[in-house]
Design a protein around this ligand. Structure first.
Ligand SMILES: [Cu+2]
Length: 151
């Protein structure tokens, strides 16, 4: 006769666990929805082989997650160089092709037609310089400004 309440208690505990687990799952989904990643695309050069970043003014909000998509539609390679900016963010990963690189990144080189995604959280407010250091490119105007702002 003692075994029956034990089974009931067991079923009760299991259903309690299932309810808790469902609750945690719902909360995780809500949290993921709230921190929606903002996607921004920057072109390094263009199809006309002009030496410029498009756009050349970027603004990020401190504390927010971003996916910076870098593309190079031109016929020559370019760099995305913004070392102080890179120090002012927390890089989650850089994804290029089938490769994901985790950890701090300071500079990206994009070969013609290449594409990469830089996933990070903007942290340190400030104004940063972006440039392509390939000989002649910075001088020709391949520069930009990046701002991390607070609201
Ligand atoms: Cu360049």
């Amino acid at each position: 006769m003692k075994i029956f309440p034990k089974i009931i208690r067991c079923i009760y505990l299991i259903s309690l666990l299932l309810v808790c687990f469902g609750f945690i799952n719902t909360n995780a989904a809500e949290a993921a929805n709230q921190s929606v990643v903002t996607e921004i695309t920057v072109s390094l050069g263009n199809e006309a082989n002009e030496l410029k970043f498009e756009p050349n003014h970027l603004e990020f909000e401190a504390g927010k997650p971003y996916k910076l998509r870098l593309i190079n539609p031109s016929a020559q390679k370019h760099y995305f160089t913004a070392k102080d900016f890179a120090d002012g963010i927390w890089t989650s990963k850089v994804e290029a092709g089938k490769v994901e690189i985790k950890g701090a990144i300071h500079e990206l080189e994009l070969k013609p037609k290449a594409e990469a995604e830089w996933v990070f959280i903007a942290l340190k407010p400030g104004s940063y310089t972006l440039r392509c250091p390939i000989a002649g490119h910075t001088e020709a105007g391949m520069t930009g400004k990046i701002a991390i702002v607070t609201h």
